[in-house]
Design a protein around this ligand. Structure first.
Ligand code: SAH
Length: 384
């Protein structure tokens, strides 16, 4: 399966300028860290509330702690998130943030407001090893896992940007999370699981697992663990109904073919009509969009409580595919609907800021490459 196992497991340590970053630590870890400075365990509860309910970043704002405690904390700890190096606002109000991490790497997260919800699309890795043929992120070479702090930090940053502190109970701007940004979340399971546990904690950000969706291209052995431990909503990037085509479009299929993937879906705990598994299916003109394929799709997923999310292909420079016509998308969708499955067509969001599905790729890399070209031309001119 080639590159898919090459993910560098490294994620930066949880320190910033020699101080421990409290963001991304579990409650027991915070208690242990505080003990080293003779601070009692109940302080962890207070800190948690300040960090994840109030969104504060300075200890001096924690007005139920004494001056001495605040000073001590400030000496040894930080509350840090990745810094925003670029912020883009689409005409459809989608927002994209380019976030810089302590080692200089950059990732993107995207906020998509809708009438009844606001969804944050969160990244799990810098780049991606899956090399799905239609995805721009997969063409980015450098890959490393994000730390728990960097994953949680994306949620904190979005809340900062939306001005949504303290965490409201109802009517939230940020009400849903989809692990559908850059990377394969199940290749960075430990950090993703820990981050989602923090995000779901009832005394902090407090998002219910029903409002969190994890999308995977099909790391079959991890799907079961995800179901048992997190039991968030599951989305599967299916994109093809025959192994031959899926091997090509989504190369991880060579390792975990369609039958195994669907079996893992059938076993996913809590899959019911109220909590359907989402199958994502990118519509590629004359590649996977025939009515025969729509019929095969509904045959394959029979018996699985599911909905099929049709994603019109979002083009990127140099992409070897075209978006299916509206007519073939409509026909495909109708067949799925007639078989009794909801079949929403995902309206591309944030296309003008390259924030739509599969378009995420760090701008810095693009800029660096442009800079390399400029330098190469300059060198060539100098030599001639
Ligand atoms: N690695 C995970 C998480 C990424 S989710 C996964 O594969 O599920 C991003 C979703 O957008 C996936 O369904 C992906 O297949 C889809 N996608 C990627 N490139 C796209 C493009 N150019 N147009 C439309 N959808 C795309």
């Amino acid at each position: 399966m080639g590159t898919a196992t090459h993910a560098i497991q490294f994620a930066p340590p949880a320190t910033v300028n020699g101080k421990i970053n409290l963001v991304g630590l579990s409650r027991p870890e915070i208690i242990t860290a505080l003990k080293d400075y003779s601070l009692p365990g109940f302080r962890a509860k207070q800190l948690w509330h300040w960090i994840y309910h109030h969104g504060v970043i300075h200890f001096e704002q924690m007005n139920n702690l004494s001056k001495d405690v605040r000073y001590l904390l400030d000496q040894h700890f930080v509350i840090s998130r990745p810094s925003v190096s670029r912020s883009l606002h689409s005409t459809d109000n989608t927002r994209k943030w380019l976030l810089k991490m302590v080692d200089g790497q950059e990732i993107e997260s995207v906020y998509i407001p809708e009438e009844d919800r606001g969804t944050l699309c969160v990244s799990s890795q810098v780049g991606c090893t899956l090399t799905c043929k239609f995805c721009h992120t997969g063409t980015q070479r450098l890959v490393r896992n994000l730390s728990t702090a960097e994953i949680v930090g994306q949620v904190l940053n979005a809340r900062d940007q939306l001005g949504e502190w303290p965490s409201p109970q109802d009517g939230r701007l940020l009400s849903n999370i989809v692990m559908m940004g850059m990377g394969e979340p199940l290749y960075n399971y430990d950090n993703v699981a820990k981050a989602l546990t923090i995000v779901m904690d009832g005394e902090g950000i407090s998002l219910s697992r029903r409002r969190i969706t994890l999308s995977t291209a099909g790391v079959v052995p991890m799907i079961e663990r995800c179901g048992a431990e997190l039991n968030v909503n599951l989305a599967i990037s299916l994109h093809a109904v025959h192994n031959e085509l899926r091997d090509y479009l989504v190369p991880i299929n060579k390792k975990y073919p369609i039958e195994d993937l669907l079996q893992a879906c059938r076993n996913y705990p809590g899959a019911s009509n109220a909590r359907r598994i989402t199958f994502e299916y990118v519509m590629l003109k004359d590649v996977n969009d025939s009515t025969a394929e729509a019929k095969e799709l509904v045959r394959l997923i029979r018996g699985i409580p599911a909905k099929v999310n049709l994603i019109p292909f979002n083009p990127w420079p140099g992409a070897p595919f075209e978006r299916s016509s509206d007519e073939s998308i409509r026909k495909f969708s109708q067949i799925v609907l007639d078989a009794g499955y909801a079949s929403p067509i995902r309206t591309p969001r944030g296309e003008d800021i390259m924030a739509a599905c599969g378009q995420l790729k760090s701008d810095s890399i693009r800029q660096r490459r442009e800079q390399q070209v400029v330098s190469a031309i300059a060198a060539a001119i100098n030599q001639s």
